[in-house]
Design a binder for this molecule. Structure first.
Ligand code: F6P
Length: 538
């Protein structure tokens, strides 16, 4: 069933000339009344152009589209991914001490906790140097080979939690471009390197190609007898990991009810656990578990995932803004925009609703971003003065980890707040004119110069503020975004948990390889593709 946005669109059109600043002028408590807090997180959406009626209309949409019932069905293990007939239970991976969860009448928590205990044990022993390489030396480097959800979650979290990393160094290889694995392996000592092959299906061409290359590299240095102590696998496909030659004791399995882009909480998170240790990894899970609890119990008007989703729906489906920028003022969240691109765009980039009918509105937005302050010196120009409105989602912490660099952090926070203030306030022609007059411009040239310095302002932003980027807080933030994507998907009436859109390109790539290799002609291919094959063929 499709959502009906007509009421919300009418409410929006009636107010489309309104200034967000006027909303603040009319309501001194607006910042408070358009913010919500949960367990140390503050989500401020007062700098959007939403009023009370519009917010109520959005909240009504949650009930009209059955978000609560679907949420409960997800947590209870129902097969809500109905194009693949699967439950959606990444939440079970962080259900550290909650009740059992049933899938097809069978409890899953025993096996989830057993696997987590095996991961803990393995990580502890590697970190202590009790599990050693074929040369009987501790592992100093870990190379994770995986792509998409089997790469982005662990690499994003590893970068984010560097202050907690006291285990082996981690490296991530994802791209099938040989340059990636070449450059990573180049600096490493094979005798002290553990390779983890992370692939839910263990069929993904990029990962299997890189895994074979890593195997040859290790084989050359440690020989056939040594190789098995240098490999571990994270996968649902034990038959395939065995066929690759990985010791079953070094395979960490999970079930098909964990989607790739939701898998960092389980075995796919092993490189992170090796780096930060099981205790900090448990904190990461605890943060996510706390967000799950909040999502399940908080009323909609205080529910962070719901509110984040509703601002997203408002900007994308109601106002028609096609993209949104995610702007963490936290250098260590450098991979978060890429992580969120997969989470949001692979989940909600769909063209039909659950019943297979074409959507009568746009699905999820284009998500992009970069940490501040770097982005300020790159693309913020367009956000401030370009002709398109781009809603911005800022994130910032009260503390950095570098206590001796407090002045850096003050500058970072001031920049974050200044950007959302500038986007809200803008600069009028009169203000720009006064500035330029003070610099000595006059007449037509004064006006011309002033026009270039006008900022329209009134550009919507939200800010997510937290205390400090600890494992717990990262867990909260990632789970918050997962649930946001879930809520948006339910409102849009789509299946957020399949990804058929990546299949066609994969199939065509497999078919093109023999054409490029000269083993097949390109019968049936279009002229452009054939022309490019001709140029690129070696
Ligand atoms: O890109 C499609 C996809 O299936 C993603 O959903 C997934 O995260 C990625 O490929 C990797 O898949 P696997 O873990 O099976 O190698």
């Amino acid at each position: 069933m499709s959502a009906d946005f007509s009421h919300l669109k009418a409410l929006q059109t009636a107010q489309d000339q309104r200034k967000i600043l006027d909303l603040f002028a009319a309501d001194p408590d607006r910042a408070d009344r358009f913010s919500a807090q949960a367990d140390g997180l503050l989500f401020d959406y007062s700098k959007t152009n939403l009023d009370e009626d519009q917010r109520s209309g959005l909240i009504a949409l949650l009930d009209e589209t059955g978000v609560g019932a679907k949420r409960d069905a997800m947590f209870e293990g129902s097969a809500i991914n109905d194009t693949e007939g699967r439950a959606v239970l990444h939440t079970a991976l962080r259900n550290l001490d909650g009740d059992d969860v049933m899938v097809d009448g069978k409890g899953v928590m025993k096996s989830v906790r057993h696997t987590l205990a095996r991961m803990d044990d393995f990580a502890d022993r590697v970190r202590r140097g009790d599990i050693t390489s074929s040369a009987d030396t501790p592992f100093e480097d870990v190379v994770n080979i995986g792509i998409g959800g089997s790469d982005l979650g662990p690499v994003m979290a590893y970068e984010a939690l560097k202050p907690y990393a006291d285990g082996p160094r981690c490296h991530f290889v994802s791209n099938v471009d040989g340059a990636h694995i070449h450059d990573v392996l180049k600096g490493l000592n094979p005798l002290t390197t553990l390779v983890i092959v992370a692939s839910k299906t263990f069929t993904t061409i990029e990962t299997m190609t890189n895994a074979e290359t890593a195997k040859s590299w290790l084989m050359k240095h440690v020989g056939k007898e040594g190789i098995s102590s240098h490999f571990a696998a994270l996968s649902t496909a034990r038959d395939k990991t065995a066929a690759f030659g990985i010791d079953p004791d070094l395979v960490f399995g999970f079930e098909d009810w964990v989607g790739g882009r939701y898998s960092v909480w389980g075995p796919i998170g092993l490189p992170l656990m090796l780096a930060i240790g099981p205790q900090d990894f448990a904190q990461f899970l605890r943060g996510a578990q706390a967000m799950d609890q909040h999502f399940k119990t908080a009323p909609w008007d205080e529910n962070l995932p719901a509110l984040l989703a509703l601002t997203g729906i408002w900007h994308n489906q109601v106002c028609g803004y096609a993209t949104r920028a995610v702007l963490p003022y936290e250098q260590r969240l450098v991979r978060l925009p890429a992580y969120l691109q997969q989470l949001e765009m692979e989940s909600n980039g769909k063209r039909v609703s659950m019943d297979g009918q074409e959507l009568p509105y746009h699905s999820g937005p284009v998500v992009w971003g970069e940490p501040g302050t770097n982005g300020q010196h790159a693309f913020y120009q367009l956000i401030h003065q370009g002709t398109r409105v781009i809603p911005c989602e800022f994130m910032v912490g009260r503390y950095g980890h570098e206590a001796s660099l407090k002045h850096h952090h003050e500058l970072l926070v001031s920049n974050c707040l200044a950007q959302s203030e500038a986007l809200l306030r803008g600069r009028t022609f009169e203000e720009a004119r006064a500035l330029m007059a003070a610099k000595g411009f006059e007449g037509d040239e004064l006006d011309r110069q002033a026009h270039h310095r006008v900022f329209p302002g009134n550009r919507p932003t939200t800010t997510l503020a937290y205390d400090k980027l600890t494992p717990y807080v990262l867990g909260q933030i990632v789970a918050l975004y997962e649930h946001r994507v879930f809520v948006e998907g339910v409102v849009l009436g789509i299946n957020s948990f399949d990804q058929w859109g990546v299949e066609l390109g994969k199939e065509l790539a497999v078919a093109l390889q023999p054409v490029l290799a000269g083993a097949q002609d390109g019968a049936g291919k279009d002229g452009s593709t054939l022309n490019l094959v001709k140029f690129l063929k070696v």
